[in-house]
Design a binder for this molecule. Structure first.
Ligand code: AMP
Length: 525
């Protein structure tokens, strides 16, 4: 039997871990690095680069270096998020044949699962090389707030990379598993505050005698360390414009250098009170080169990022409220994600929860560690370890006036079966359209549509008279079965809905083949 691994497929970095001698172990690459930058690139001479090698050349090859693909995975091209990302990255984002967002790299249009597959392939290879064994399967983590389409696109990415997905689990759940393993059996309520490169999540979990139950989870898939970088970049752009009357936004290369320098300064400001940014020959004008030097104080950075941190705290407050809990009920606050190293984040979380957060775990590695524990538990289940996860987004159907009627409310433990009664809206209506949506918005169309079907043969009667039972059955893999039944006639219609990720099966097979031939080429580099 081969090994199982846990992969934290991050917006900025990816981390891979395995359970060795009963303990999670972060697997280093052959160069000793423990994080794989989530970067993919094609060079001018058509070489494919992944991870650190792709990141290293991003300044000189910005248009063909894809990063932050996690922001685009499973999203429609015309979605708000994709349109925002489009304005922020130097590579081109285009519409795919299924309305999905795709990127152009090395002159070719590539799907997002394909890009993520390269990162997963690198993670798999790092693990295989270190463990000197085949990888049988992986648990891959996603933000709690990912909808079914984003989860399915992540599964597609793994399939393209030739990696068997044992389970997709939520990042905060994985962190809690790793924390619990270190801590030992204890009954307590913990809050996992996860502030990474691109996303923010907060989850409340309850531990007791080997049962881990997620009580509540919420977040924002568009709030992360990158937004803080962008605040600093904006500040520097304004400063530069004031000093030189030049708009740096037009200079792609300068923007790339600025982006790197801003992130570096931000990270430095977590341990120091001031950081120097020095960018010689930043841009060329008709009067010659302009050099840029400045010192950023921690106070300034904190002023620029304060409202973003405040947003995370507001989400914490509403999550606690949603779970019917008070701050005092929380025994431990765990900080996860690189951005939680910022002193302002530590201060604000301590202030809000009224206790110092637990910083004994490594915020960059804990998610992968937890995923490796879960992967191991799936293949060799320990009866004492049960994970009860929840749906972070509500599931329901569209009703009269385009409203969204919840059948499975958010934060419900899965697996679950729930039934709700509906009726007809006009006299002698003999069929109803069941349009299934997922999301937390009141208007159905503001949520993600998972599919639709028609229940016909309804008993002819006055409007409001027939009893139509709609049952949602979600298993622990997140696969949803929807049944609609005329309770009086017994007519029934069932569909199994699996979110479409934006790729057809044929496309996935083709990409998988391509990946296998490229793998050889990558190994030889
Ligand atoms: P993650 O998604 O967990 O890998 O987190 C990556 C984010 O954390 C990026 O936005 C990084 O800039 C940020 N980050 C990493 N280290 C630090 C640090 N020491 N202080 C502040 N932010 C950091």
């Amino acid at each position: 039997m081969g090994k199982t691994i846990g992969i934290d497929l991050g917006t900025t970095n990816t981390c891979v871990a395995a359970l060795l001698n009963g303990k999670p172990f972060v697997i280093p690459s052959s160069t000793g690095t423990r994080l794989i930058p989530s970067y993919f690139a094609v060079t001018n001479d058509e070489k494919t680069l992944i991870g650190v090698r792709a990141k290293r050349q991003s300044i000189t090859n910005p248009q063909n270096t894809i990063f932050a693909a996690k922001r685009l995975i499973g999203r429609k091209f015309d979605s708000k998020e994709v349109q925002i990302t489009k304005g922020k990255v130097p590579y081109q984002i285009v519409e795919g044949p299924h309305g999905d967002a795709r990127v152009v790299c090395g002159g070719k249009t590539m799907s997002i699962p394909e890009i993520s597959a390269f990162i997963l392939l690198e993670a798999k290879n790092v693990a295989q090389e270190f463990l000197e064994d085949d990888i049988d399967g992986a648990c891959i983590t996603v933000p709690a707030y990912f909808n079914e389409t984003q989860r399915q696109a992540t599964i597609d990415a793994a399939e393209i990379a030739g990696l068997k997905v044992l389970r997709i689990i939520n990042e905060p759940t994985a962190s809690a598993l790793a924390y619990a393993q270190k801590r030992g059996k204890k009954n307590e309520l913990i809050a996992v505050y996860d502030f990474g490169g691109g996303t923010f999540d907060i989850s409340i979990l309850e531990f007791g005698e080997g049962v881990y139950e997620v009580l509540s989870t919420a977040g924002n898939t568009y709030l992360g360390g990158e937004d803080i970088d962008n605040r600093l970049i904006r500040y520097i752009l304004d400063d530069f414009k004031k000093a030189h009357d030049v708009d740096l936004m037009q200079d792609v290369m300068a923007m790339q250098r600025l982006k790197e320098a801003a992130e570096r300064a931000k990270i430095e400001l977590s341990s120091q009170t001031e950081a120097t940014i020095s960018l010689p020959f930043l841009t060329e004008t008709s009067h010659g080169s302009i050099h840029y030097n400045t010192v950023i104080m921690r106070n300034k950075l904190e002023e620029l990022m304060e409202d973003l941190v405040r947003q995370t705290i507001e989400i914490c407050a509403s999550t606690l409220e949603g779970a019917g809990l008070k701050k005092d009920d929380i025994h431990e606050v765990i900080l996860v994600g690189g951005q939680t190293r910022a002193p302002l984040v530590i201060r604000k979380t301590a202030e809000f929860f009224g206790k110092q957060p637990n910083r004994s775990i490594n915020p960059d590695e804990v998610v992968a560690e937890g995923a490796s524990i879960h992967a191991y538990n799936i293949v060799s289940p320990l009866p004492s370890n049960i994970l009860v996860d929840i749906t972070a987004l509500s599931l329901g159907i569209q009703t009269k006036g385009g409203m969204f009627a919840e059948v499975i409310p958010r934060n419900t433990a899965v697996p679950v079966t729930k039934t709700r009664r509906f009726t007809t809206t006009y006299d002698n209506q003999d069929a109803v359209r069941i349009a299934v949506y997922q999301g937390n918005e009141k208007i159905a169309q503001d949520n993600e549509m998972l599919g639709e079907f028609v229940l016909s043969g309804i008993r002819l009667a006055k409007k409001g008279d027939p009893n139509i039972e709609v049952s949602f059955d979600m298993n622990s893999e997140g696969i949803l079965r929807v049944t609609a039944k005329d309770a009086d006639m017994g007519t029934e219609q069932t569909v199994t809905l699996e979110a479409a990720s934006g790729l057809s099966n044929d496309e996935i097979t083709l990409m998988k083949k391509k990946m296998m031939s490229l793998e050889l080429e990558l190994k030889e580099q």
